[in-house]
Write a protein that binds this ligand. Structure first.
Ligand SMILES: [Zn+2]
Length: 155
């Protein structure tokens, strides 16, 4: 079971996060501050129906779906701005059912087949420590982890 403290700690993390909607679509975002601050902004955007500036607010306002801000989670911790933007773009590409208006950083479509092979990232463990990387098996794991590093370097 997750303690309250774990939840607080997790909210202090910065990186790429995912917010699910009740319809099954997701919003991928990134923050260099903390997820807690960013979630407050999303909450205000939705409450005030800032559809022009917020994709989440627009979706919520149009559909009346429940945007599950309470279960938002960091899917990749990353302090470095450039790497975070790339990681965000990769995650957006990995979740075609997303509510994002753009694809974040410019990533060549040539990477798409490779990115699609990557499994969805694990979320943070209940201990609050990150389960690093992506769930792979055996040799495949090593190969893909290295490919991921190359993507970061090459983009
Ligand atoms: Zn929805």
């Amino acid at each position: 079971m997750r303690s309250i403290k774990d939840n607080i700690d997790r909210q202090q993390l910065k990186g790429v996060y995912k917010i699910d909607c009740s319809c099954g679509k997701s919003y991928i975002g990134e923050t260099g501050r903390s997820m807690k601050i960013r979630l407050k902004e999303h909450t205000a955007d939705i409450k005030n129906e800032r559809s022009r500036t917020s994709a989440l607010a627009e979706h919520s306002s149009k559909t009346k779906h429940h945007v599950c801000l309470e279960s938002a989670r960091i899917i990749a911790r990353e302090d470095n701005y450039h790497k975070r933007k790339i990681r965000e773009a990769i995650e957006i590409m990995k979740y075609p059912q997303n509510l994002n208006r753009d694809n974040g950083s410019e990533i060549s479509g040539n990477w798409l087949p490779l990115i699609k092979q990557m499994n969805p990232p694990r979320t943070l463990g209940s201990s609050g420590s990150e389960i690093k990387g992506i769930a792979f098996k055996g040799l495949l794991k090593a190969i893909k982890v290295n490919l991921y590093k190359y993507i970061i370097i090459l983009i």
